[in-house]
Design a protein around this ligand. Structure first.
Ligand SMILES: [Zn+2]
Ligand SMILES: [Zn+2]
Length: 160
């Protein structure tokens, strides 16, 4: 039998997201009562409208739990908190609720971040919208259709 080592500084198992196995970030509590990271759950709901733990079929809604977020941060060790904050700032740079005319940062095909703007928001069934993004690429203007949650898009000013 394996000897169980008790982590004294580890995040308590119940505060871990069952999807990414990390400390729950921006907690999203489902109708069944289970909590996950908001980004993990939105990704999961694109494929399955059920709880990853108890398999209960759900409508796809969730609630934030600020006290759970605060509790998790309180229980993290300094190194875990560092990792948590990196994840948090990455999450914050994700584009949300894009509107036509909104400025954002776009990673072009050569790997440079450019300032772009949203020309069109294309709503997709069952997933986040795609954005028709226009940006200056050297002396020419490029247009590309990119998923709103793509790593190639970030909130304006995050990289430019
Ligand atoms: Zn997660
Ligand atoms: Zn559940």
């Amino acid at each position: 039998m394996k000897k169980k080592t008790r982590k004294t500084t580890g995040v308590k198992h119940c505060l871990e997201c069952a999807i990414c196995k990390e400390a729950i970030l921006n907690s999203a509590t489902l109708e069944c009562g289970h909590s996950f990271c908001k980004c993990c759950v939105t990704e999961h709901f694109k494929y399955k409208k059920s709880c990853p733990i108890c398999r209960k079929v759900l409508s796809g809604g969730y609630y934030p739990s600020y006290s759970l977020d605060a509790l998790i941060q309180h229980l993290l060790s300094p190194s875990q908190l560092k990792r948590y904050n990196v994840r948090k700032s990455e999450e914050a740079s994700h584009v949300n609720n894009a509107r036509i005319g909104m400025k954002l940062d776009v990673l072009d095909s050569s790997g440079e971040w450019r300032v772009g703007w949203v020309k069109l928001v294309v709503d997709m069934p069952d997933c986040l919208p795609f954005l028709l993004v226009s940006y200056q690429n050297g002396c020419s203007e490029s247009e590309e259709l990119i998923a709103q949650n793509s790593q190639r898009l970030a909130t304006f000013g995050c990289h430019t």
